[in-house]
Design a protein around this ligand. Structure first.
Ligand SMILES: C[S@@+](CC[C@H](N)C(=O)[O-])C[C@H]1O[C@@H](n2cnc3c(N)ncnc32)[C@H](O)[C@@H]1O
Length: 306
């Protein structure tokens, strides 16, 4: 396990993933009834943006810092659906104008970027709970140091896919699963499909948010095709969407040019947000107008539950 999310924390892929996660969690909070969040690949929990690893790639600068600075420079332009995410990042990240800076275009800085566990913890309520899995011993330690004293948080040192299957269906019967693997393994797409088949058979009502990188577009299309077939084998149809963002041209495909999310049982609030959110993210984050964005129904369009 060599993957270290510190190099990528706050990049455009994190922005898409965490913004959609925030919208989905806030949708679940519309009802008082409790819910669970299962984060299968938790990472370190929080990232220090002055760390040399962050500086080395500059990905946070081109991602969340660029987005926040544009939002500060042009108030009112960010879609309303993104406000809760931007507010949470500013609070958890210690956001402020740099000393002496009067330029809202580049002067806004963050000390930290919250990973999915810290962001989720910030958003859930006293009646809700979280289960997080992180396999890497050092990252698991950091995660526990950040969150494990919290009574609503359970941290596991197991394989995230095993954790998911062990915890569904949850007693609350409401909730969201974030699956955010490092894609170090060449068969990650295959494992994802196999795990989703088992998870949907156990709990077809859950919101499942699956992150993936877009490098080899043929591999992504095959992944979509495999996922599309899953709900058809279930007694009740399960709706799914995909949302994709490119910040560079698709070719050459060696770099992470694009990123995507598949969401099973997408909450209504997310479906409503995407038509405005996706173009705004592209306009804010793509290199010199070279990006693309799209979202579409992976399955036949159906009304989501929860
Ligand atoms: C992309 S990062 C997660 C980032 C995190 N979800 C966030 O949004 O801040 C993937 C993490 O999965 C961990 N990991 C790798 N294989 C795993 C497995 N089989 N089960 C659980 N965690 C795993 C890696 O150590 C890495 O920290």
């Amino acid at each position: 396990m060599n993957y270290d999310h510190a190099y990528h924390a706050g990049n455009f892929a994190d922005v898409l993933k965490h913004c959609c996660l925030t919208i989905a969690l806030n949708h679940l909070k519309r009802k008082d009834k409790s819910f669970v969040v299962i984060d299968t690949h938790g990472g370190q929990g929080v990232f220090d943006l002055s760390d040399p690893r962050v500086e080395r790639t500059g990905e946070a600068r081109e991602g969340i810092l660029r987005l926040l600075n544009q939002a500060e420079a042009a108030p009112g332009v960010a879609p309303e659906s993104a406000h809760a995410y931007l507010d949470a990042i500013k609070i958890l990240g210690g956001g402020a104008m740099r000393n002496g800076s009067e330029d809202p275009g580049t002067g806004f800085s963050l000390k930290r970027y919250p990973g999915s566990p810290l962001l989720t913890h910030h958003l859930i309520r006293p009646q809700d709970r979280m289960v997080i899995s992180e396999l890497h011993p050092a990252y698991n330690e950091s995660l526990r140091a950040t969150l494990s004293r919290q009574p609503r948080v359970h941290v596991e040192t197991k394989d995230g896919y095993e954790t998911l299957i062990a915890h569904v269906p949850p007693p609350e019967r409401r909730g969201l699963v974030l699956i955010d693997p490092p894609f170090e393994r060449t068969d990650e797409f295959r494992i994802l499909v196999r795990t989703m088949r088992a998870a949907l058979r156990r709990w077809s009502q859950g919101i499942y948010m699956i992150w993936y990188p877009i490098k080899d577009t043929a591999a992504v299309e095959a992944f979509h095709a495999d996922l599309r077939g899953l709900p058809e084998s279930l007694p009740t149809p399960v709706p799914a969407i995909a949302a994709e963002l490119w910040v560079r041209p698709r070719f050459p495909p060696l770099r992470l040019n694009g990123t995507g999310l598949v969401v099973f049982n997408p909450p209504h609030g997310l479906i409503q947000a995407l038509p405005e959110l996706m173009p705004w993210l592209r306009q804010s984050l793509a290199e010199q107008g070279k990006g693309e964005d799209r979202w579409f129904w992976l399955t036949e369009e159906r009304k989501a539950g929860q």
